[in-house]
Design a protein around this ligand. Structure first.
Ligand SMILES: *Cc1c(COP(=O)(O)O)cnc(C)c1O
Length: 431
């Protein structure tokens, strides 16, 4: 299977973390997100260990909360020794509610509100990643009114092309995120930050995109960032000691995907950083990386129940399920690919080609097109694999559909960590 979290048991049922998914569907209803907590922990642990191995004590892995944000996940991160990347007051509030230490949090966003900056400063968030000059000025003012100094990184666009979908590509000059290098914008931001009394510029951040399989762009971005750090240090006389290289490590969604092993990536990039720092006479900075997808995606799946099956001769077969773009908008957003399996006869050959459609009133509400699947009938349980990232966190109540619960399995047991919406929940804010 695409992830070692998934297998098939003696009943020919799909399992996750050793637990029968057909049983889970029966117990909790569908649609339901199911996550393998042991796999999440193993992924998190592998990142933390790899960081220790490659950078000594001189680095920290931050989990990108936006991939899967809830209190339970933040607690797992804390227990596994990770920090957090948050991008909104809501994600920060979730971390606070989970008892997460603020100094291990990095606050991102291209348009943080004054209220969010106030919140970050008053809570003592470890690093604020400043995206633009307006934010820099606001932050200096807010920090001064709290009689404190805000420790920041500046987000820089390294101008590196990563081979990924244009909506999840962020490092090039035409991006809404960060300061451009080519135009002198980043230089000006460094000088301005250095001149402000309540700002402490620790270093720089870049994030070149998501679901990247090629290691070369990570190295290229690191090189651009080190060159920039060295030049800015010489020109301003300031010492910059931190470099955040972002996330974006690709995972295996389809059987045919072949992303590099984590250890290969970590060793390749860390070896480059050490060599290149020595070459240009720069002290090796403290390194942050920010994996999101690669910690949670392959630890999750979504279970649905098949409703109608519509075969249109010479056109295609639609398999309609009780979820859709409200629980997984990734296909409609960027044609994200997934493996689909009939959970109640998972070991059979997937010898049909079908389109899996949701139940929303949109023709585009599809989960996957032209995908191999076992023959299915109404009532069968359908599993979409590797939905642990950017599914629950992107869910909506479109068509007033209740968002599904998140069930975690661990040590062969299952339990709800985020309950699903009730119809009452849907009315909660209606006056
Ligand atoms: C989205 C994002 C990440 C995580 O990306 P993944 O592809 O999930 O690893 C990390 N850092 C920043 C700034 C991001 O925007």
């Amino acid at each position: 299977m695409v992830s070692d979290s998934f297998s098939v048991n003696a009943q020919n049922h799909l399992t996750i973390g050793g637990v029968d998914t057909v049983e889970i569907a029966r117990q909790y209803g569908t649609p339901v997100y199911v996550m393998d907590e042991d796999k999440i922990r193993a992924n998190a642990h592998a990142f933390a260990e790899s960081m220790r191995h490659c950078y000594g004590g001189n680095g920290l892995v931050l989990f990108a909360s936006k991939a899967f944000c809830c209190k339970h996940m933040h607690k797992i991160c804390l227990e596994e020794g990770l920090g957090l990347d948050v991008v909104s007051g809501g994600e920060l509030y979730t971390a606070q509610s989970a008892g997460f230490p603020m100094e291990k949090i990095c606050f991102h966003g291209n348009n943080k509100s004054i209220a969010e900056l106030e919140m970050a400063v008053s809570l003592g968030v470890g690093r604020i990643v400043v995206d633009n000059l307006t934010e820099l000025e606001h932050l200096d003012y807010i920090a001064s009114s709290h009689n404190t100094t805000a420790a920041i990184l500046l987000r820089v666009k390294p101008g590196v092309e990563a081979h990924t979908h244009e909506f999840i590509r962020t490092g090039q000059i035409d991006s809404k995120f960060g300061f451009a290098l080519e135009t002198g914008e980043a230089d000006a931001a460094v000088r301005r930050a250095a001149s402000l009394g309540h700002i402490c510029l620790k270093g720089f951040h870049c994030h070149i995109g998501s679901q990247i399989f090629d290691m070369e762009p990570f190295k290229e971005a690191a090189k651009v960032m080190l060159d920039f750090m060295a030049r800015m240090q010489t020109e301003t006389g300031c010492a910059f000691t931190e470099l955040n290289l972002g996330g974006g490590f690709g995972i295996r969604y389809k059987e045919c995907d072949n992303p590099p092993a984590l250890s290969d990536y970590m060793e390749y990039v860390s070896a480059f950083l050490r060599t290149y720092c020595a070459q240009i006479g720069l002290q090796m900075p403290f390194i942050y990386i920010e994996p999101g997808r690669s910690i949670v995606a392959d630890a999750g799946l979504t279970l649905y129940t098949v409703g109608s099956v519509k075969t249109i001769p010479d056109v295609r077969t639609y398999v309609c399920v009780d979820g859709g773009m409200f629980d997984n908008p990734r296909y409609i957003l960027y044609q994200a690919e997934y493996e689909v399996v009939a959970a109640n006869h998972a070991g059979d050959a997937r010898d049909q080609i079908v389109t899996v459609a949701g139940k929303c009133c949109e023709s585009g509400d599809l989960i996957q097109e032209h995908t191999p699947l076992q023959p299915v009938q109404p009532g069968d349980t359908l599993a979409v694999l590797c939905t642990g990232a950017y599914n629950y966190s992107m869910a909506s109540n479109y068509n007033r559909n209740p968002r599904p619960p998140v069930v975690m399995v661990s040590g062969g047991q299952s339990r709800i960590v985020v309950r699903g919406d009730t119809y009452e929940d849907l009315l909660r804010f209606d006056e």
